[in-house]
Design a protein around this ligand. Structure first.
Ligand SMILES: NC(=O)c1ccc[n+]([C@@H]2O[C@H](COP(=O)([O-])OP(=O)(O)OC[C@H]3O[C@@H](n4cnc5c(N)ncnc54)[C@H](O)[C@@H]3O)[C@@H](O)[C@H]2O)c1
Ligand SMILES: O=P(O)(O)OC[C@H](O)CO
Length: 419
């Protein structure tokens, strides 16, 4: 495709989104492209291949093919390697090759299916599973991070200095990084450790439903400062329109905003609230109880964001998929909810249930509850967030699920003044 056609296409993509700030950069780059400079395409790598990692890889691969004037079609997907025994009732099972455990990355490339983490979903053939993280990120100008949050720091250490200095990133991770120094968003951790800019994607997105192409919405926040290593001018400019071209599908509607903190916190904190909702269902207390948890939960999430992150916007929690919508879907059908419910019903620790029913997938809410509680306690604020505090204290056995109504009643003021 000619450079002018590529520029016209990106321009058309831009026309479909709600652009909420001036996009002078895009205009400047458009004219550079139409002036006939050589056009290079972005190379996309995804770091992570779990349940959500694989579903997002599918979306990326569909869009790199559909927009091959902007992106190289091949999407490299880093796989945390493990041996996997293909079940003998799998349609592709061949006893001559699959009678013993095989490397998961090789199985993904052979069968075009992530048989362990996203079984039953055909993956586009332009996804290449790669067990080497260095080879997966090599020469990638767009990096998509999608791993359980406890593994991010180590992964960044492995690729620090090995990526393009002008790479741009999006974090699909739902969690927060807590250290004695304070709390950080994973978009910031990634950006700081790798000296690049990283935005965030989060929404009401249960991976299995997205992978089956059932309609949903998501939020992408991207708000880079002007001080970054510039992306060379021969690449399509990396802006809201480009991210939308990479992520938006007919079944996966993308809303672009600038509030990275609100987007990231919505995804991280709702995992704690979803555990609370699971407790309600485990007790058999019905829909009214769960609605109460969701109402209090969204207020605590918003209060947390406004209290600790200057750039956080109230409306991100109440209007975006990454806020109230994600809370609703997670409290209805998410893994945190499901495991918490089973834990109460069976009277067993949630970690045991996680190991038993998730087949290697990871809960994020248990660790986030602990991290958030420690962060709040260190600042004398735990009582101002009675639901999140109660969830953590129940998880560690200091409180009982049946006491939740009492624990919530004793909480401090929940309503922050909106900015
Ligand atoms: N699954 C969903 O429905 C969903 C939807 C939206 C967002 N998310 C978020 O996306 C992120 C990734 O979740 P997921 O569902 O893809 O993962 P997952 O729960 O399927 O976790 C398993 C993944 O972790 C990997 N892993 C295990 N040990 C590891 C290690 N030591 N180092 C690196 N990787 C290791 C496994 O190989 C596998 O790829 C999480 O923050 C999650 O909250 C998940
Ligand atoms: O299954 P959960 O609880 O990790 O939630 C999945 C997604 O985050 C829902 O949007």
């Amino acid at each position: 495709m000619s450079t002018s056609r590529a520029a016209a296409r990106l321009s058309r993509v831009a026309g479909h989104i709600h652009i909420t700030s001036p996009i002078q950069n895009q205009t400047r780059r458009m004219s550079a492209v139409t002036n006939g400079r050589p056009q290079r395409r972005h190379k996309v790598a995804i770091i992570g291949s779990g349940n959500w990692g694989s579903a997002i890889a599918k979306i990326l691969a569909e869009n790199t093919t559909a927009n091959s004037d902007l992106f190289e079609p091949e999407v490299r997907m880093w796989v945390f390697e493990e041996d996997y025994q293909l079940p003998s009732d799998h349609a592709a099972y061949d006893p001559s090759r699959h009678s013993h455990p095989t490397k998961l990355s090789a199985l993904i490339n052979e069968l075009h299916e992530n048989v362990k983490y996203l079984p039953g979903i055909p993956l586009p053939p332009n996804i290449v599973a790669d067990p080497s993280i260095l080879s997966a990120v090599k020469d990638a100008s767009l990096l998509i991070f999608n791993v359980p949050h406890q593994f991010v720091s180590k992964i960044c250490d492995q690729i620090d200095g090995k990526i393009l200095p002008y790479a741009r990133a999006i974090s699909c991770i739902k969690g927060v990084d807590v250290s004695p120094a304070g709390i950080s968003l994973f978009s910031d951790v990634i950006g700081r450790k790798l000296s690049i800019y990283c935005g965030a994607l989060s929404g009401a997105n249960i991976a299995n439903e997205v992978a089956q192409e059932k309609f949903c919405e998501t939020t992408i926040a991207y708000d880079p400062p002007g001080t970054l290593t510039p992306v060379p001018e021969e690449f399509p400019v990396v802006n809201h329109a480009l991210w939308k071209a990479l992520f938006h599908r007919p079944y996966f509607h993308v809303s672009m905003i600038h509030d990275v903190a609100g987007t990231s916190l919505g995804g991280a904190l709702k995992n704690v609230i979803a555990i609370g909702a699971g407790f309600m269902d485990g007790m058999g207390w019905g829909d009214n109880a769960k609605a109460a948890i969701m109402r209090i939960g969204i207020l605590e999430m918003r209060k947390f964001g406004l209290m600790f992150f200057d750039t956080c916007r109230s409306e991100t929690f109440t209007e975006q998929s990454c806020g109230v919508a994600d809370l609703i879907t997670s409290c209805a059908g998410g893994r945190n909810h499901r495991c918490a419910k089973l834990s109460v019903e069976q009277g067993r620790p949630i970690e045991e249930i996680e190991r038993e029913v998730l087949n290697g997938q990871k809960l994020q809410g248990t660790l986030t509850a602990k991290e958030v509680y420690e962060f709040l306690s260190a600042r004398g604020k735990a009582e101002e967030f009675p639901l999140m505090t109660a969830v953590h204290r129940i998880l560690i056995g200091e409180e009982k699920v049946e006491d939740i109504p009492k624990l919530l009643h004793s909480g401090g003021g929940l309503l922050p003044s909106p900015k």
